[in-house]
Write a protein that binds this ligand. Sequence first.
Ligand SMILES: C[S@@+](CC[C@H](N)C(=O)[O-])C[C@H]1O[C@@H](n2cnc3c(N)ncnc32)[C@H](O)[C@@H]1O
Length: 220
Amino acid sequence: MNKKSDLPDNYVPALGYDWLTAIYDPVVQLTTRDTLVKRRLIEQANLNDGMKVLDLASGTGTLSVMIKQSMSSVDVTGVDGDLKILKIAQSKAKKANVRVDFDQALATELPYPDSSFHRVVSTLFFHHLNRSAKAEALAEAFRVLKPEGKLVIGDWGKPTGAMMRLLFYPIQWLDGFETTRDNVEGRLPALIGETGFGNVQTLESINTIFGTLALYSAEK
Ligand SMILES: C[S@@+](CC[C@H](N)C(=O)[O-])C[C@H]1O[C@@H](n2cnc3c(N)ncnc32)[C@H](O)[C@@H]1O
């Protein structure tokens, strides 16, 4: 695992606060229909044998491990800024007996050459970034994707109704109003398109007890 220590002051850990990282998996499992969302995202990624996949802000590695379990010939790399959560991810992959490479890096400064991956996937991440960091991370995703590569994102999206909007307030309180605003106002697809991606699509909205999650895809 590549290591880098200092994180920016505005870095938002998995559950908003560093001390909550240890309970991230059970909380997310109970509240965000996590397995369903990640399964749907994997279906939308249209993986083929031998593809190289980057799990952007891989957190505890749940999606990385699920991808590897769904297709063992795929080469999966997880990247996250938080060394503590990467250690959880590494032990999860080891326990599942799958090989995933985990790197510590910021999504806004990825340590990979241009055109390295066939797919960049990401769940529950972009709402941790302010507008400019969202644009930088999307630009990095674009850069490291191979031509015709595909981006698939699952994250908080535009609520499907007033109740879903209300239920999202605790997430905004935890992870920050500024970073979550573009998500809840449904601006992620436009931001993805502004980075240069084509064929930007909102694939699905999935309601949870903390609001509406959306799946988006786009192509380089
Ligand atoms: C809510 S968690 C999602 C983790 C995982 N993708 C999942 O679906 O469970 C958000 C993750 O983003 C990471 N993160 C936040 N800001 C980041 C940044 N600028 N660069 C890389 N990772 C970042 C956090 O460390 C955390 O692991």
